[in-house]
Design a binder for this molecule. Sequence first.
Ligand SMILES: *Cc1c(COP(=O)(O)O)cnc(C)c1O
Length: 480
Amino acid sequence: MPKSAPNPYRLLPAVEEVLSSEALAPLLERQPREQVARFVGQVLDHWRAEIKAGDLDADTLEARLGEGALVRQTAQRFEREAKSGLRRVVNAAGVVLHTGLGRAPIHPDAAAAMERAARTYGTLEVDRFSGQRNQRDERLGELLVRLTGAEAGIAVNNCAAAMLLLLNTFSHGRETIVSRGELVEIGGSFRMPDVMSRAGAQLVEAGTTNRTRAKDFASAASERTGLLLKVHTSNFRVVGFTEEISVTELADLGQEFGIRTAFDLGSGRLEADGTPLAALADEPSVQAAVRSGVDVVCFSGDKLLGGPQAGLIVGRREAIRELRANPIYRAVRLDKVTIAGLESTLGLYLAGRAAEVPSRRMLELTLEELRPVAERLARSLSALGEFEAQVVEDASQPGSGSAPDVLLPSPVVRLRSGLRSAEALAKALRHGEPAVFARIQADELVLDPRTLLSGDEERLLTAFAALVASGDGDTTRAGA
Ligand SMILES: *Cc1c(COP(=O)(O)O)cnc(C)c1O
């Protein structure tokens, strides 16, 4: 009679048994017992699933256990956990306002102000001169007024919250008219029609996808209309036979019909001395939007402004007062740390120091300024032996949906490795310490110097040196 195949499930040890094994003792000295037990359990569960799927037989499992894979994989889970969460990365992808990498890196003064606000008590809602309670964003509002020319300003968590607040305030139980061509999705779960319905506003579309005129808005307007809205279609463009209602026309219509008007600018380019952001000249500026006469304009704090995450709303005094009176404002208002960072960032603009805002500086860097960095990088990377590095002219992107058709000419380093594919290289860099995010183009790894911060060149080289030292791909196989 043939011997029946051994049952692999029987070979899986119990968690308790593993915990009392000698091999696990060093890990137990460093980590709490419950956490070790949890990860041992996870590894065993994973193996159990492999057996169930028919991917792991008794012989292979026995070999695995024999060579200490259980302890090793448990330890790897600790290593991976230590590297998870929000960690510093080197952005060599060349996308300045990279949403996945946290958009704008803020000015050191703003960061210092944020740290101070977090660690200490502060005048958040008291006026130190009168001793009276005041609004937490009073100073912010004043800075916004001086910078944008609006009558008043208010700040909330992000531009999505600003939209929710203004749709709910001006159009709850009423209609909001928007051009059909501007019903955009901005990022993963932010679709204009969805936000509108959640805000209690009823959507009325005007015009067609490619053409909307003022008279389309005029004929859609009625006594049920609460808001005429214009949305900057940040992340896409309709080209060809197109026509859109201008913000001035929208403002005029609102005046004529006595209906509130709003312009969601999104990226919000603030005009500032010294940094014209010439490449982004086609992005509507906040000041121009205010001048158009629309009641309120909203824009993000962490896109072209270059500050911490926030949604800024500026406009007519009366309209801002209404927004402030809405209980939703209380739910989406800013915390003291962000207020400190924003006050500091806007202060830089007011002091004529906008050119110091890191993301603005990155957006203005020229080919001539970047070439020496690219060449230095290429030389150092070539010296590591594994790579063939070449400097070629390419383009970076502003990012976060700002001006998708604007490309910023950049000299980049194109890397080729004899040992691994561009994909494997990019993955190893993401797993490395410090993590590096590069871009892949035509099956080659591309490093863009535009988005490197002070010290990043050294960090990048450290990461590459570690990667080369680790051999031909072990790091690429550890985990997904
Ligand atoms: C980015 C963007 C938003 C969302 O801004 P967040 O600050 O990310 O919430 C809203 N509207 C437009 C037009 C945008 O470009």
